[in-house]
Design a protein around this ligand. Structure first.
Ligand code: RIB
Length: 326
């Protein structure tokens, strides 16, 4: 592998001169700089970023931890992070934890070994911060966190429950997201506040995960335990789409016999027929603003708002019945 010594030898200058030229740190004569650039091109030399970052003590890498890259919500969030980080000259090292805490530890070790400048994490709770490295939590932000960007899950629960309650429900089933995810409990709080206020009875169906591989079990349990269900408030779009598909397979009419609302507004939700009503989370913005916040932490800038909460909105689509006339 070509090293900085090879470049110095070919250019006829010292290693220190090459290092100054590459890090724009200190004086380098025009002729020496030209020779160095020619030598780098001829040898096709790329500096070892980790070594450079250790020398400069300013890494251009940032770690991003996600719980489940197969859920379309997270690539949207990652795109927001990447767009902002690339603008600021950083490269991402992505860790897809797949809700496996052992993998989380492995990725945190990788981040430390690559001398990352900071970490953005959408992993719910329990994360062991890397001593001294700036962290910003995304989306799944526990109360004790100091820096984070997430959306208003309580408002989302209220909007979802109101949308169902206004459309002549008889047997409501609420899918409760994994209770170790902060947003699940906040959404449930919003849902229950509205249903209690409107004196609507409902059933709770606990789910163990937001992931695709949990949808089969949830869907089977829903129709087995609640055969008369006619309104579902789902924990996320992935589960809502699985229920929609099973209902259509069973010949259940959507939304006449079964209306469903999801949560997230992943791209597929508006592409299907019937299209899925949902609560739209600003996933891209959560990522983008989280990256902005992390850059401010890395560069020790003044931070006006350490914890940012973004609004959500209701997307009414074909999986909901018409509102009752007031
Ligand atoms: O669908 C994945 C869920 O986990 C989303 O609702 C998002 O908020 C994340 O926490």
């Amino acid at each position: 592998m070509t090293t900085i010594k090879d470049v110095a030898r070919l250019a006829g200058v010292s290693v220190a001169t090459v290092s100054r030229a590459m890090n724009n740190s200190g004086y380098v004569g025009a002729e020496s700089r030209r020779k160095i650039e020619v030598a780098i091109a001829e040898l096709n030399f790329y500096p070892n970023e980790v070594a450079r970052s250790l020398y400069q003590k300013k890494s251009k890498f940032v770690g991003l931890l996600l719980p489940d890259i197969s859920n379309p919500f997270f690539p949207l969030l990652a795109k927001g992070v990447e767009d902002k980080m690339n603008q600021m000259g950083y490269q991402l090292i992505l860790g897809n934890v797949q809700e496996n805490m052992e993998k989380e530890k492995e990725y945190l070790k990788t981040f430390a070994q690559n001398n990352v400048a900071g970490v953005l994490s959408a992993i719910n709770g329990g994360i062991n911060k890397l001593g001294g490295i700036p962290f910003v939590m995304l989306d799944r932000v526990a109360d004790e966190e100091e820096y984070g960007v997430h959306s208003n899950d309580f408002q989302g629960g209220q909007l979802a429950a109101t949308a169902i309650a206004e459309r002549n429900p008889h047997e409501i089933v609420v899918l409760v997201g994994p209770r170790n995810v902060p947003g699940s409990l906040e959404r449930l709080r919003g849902i229950e506040e509205v249903l209690h206020a409107r004196k609507r009875t409902y059933q709770l169906l606990e789910t163990s995960s937001f992931q695709f591989d949990a949808t089969k079990e949830t869907t089977s349990e829903l129709f087995a335990r609640f055969p008369k269900v006619d309104s579902v408030i789902a924990s996320n779009d992935v589960h809502a789409l699985a229920i929609l598909q099973e209902a259509l397979r069973r010949g259940i009419k959507i939304p006449e016999e079964l209306q469903i609302i999801g949560y997230d507004d992943i791209p597929f939700s508006k592409m299907l027929f019937p299209s899925l009503a949902t609560i739209s989370q600003p996933a891209y913005e959560i990522g983008y603003q989280g990256a902005e916040l992390l850059c401010d932490r890395i560069e020790d800038n003044y931070i006006k708002e350490k914890m940012i909460q973004l609004p959500v909105k209701l997307e009414v689509r074909e999986s909901l019945r018409k509102k009752e006339i007031e």
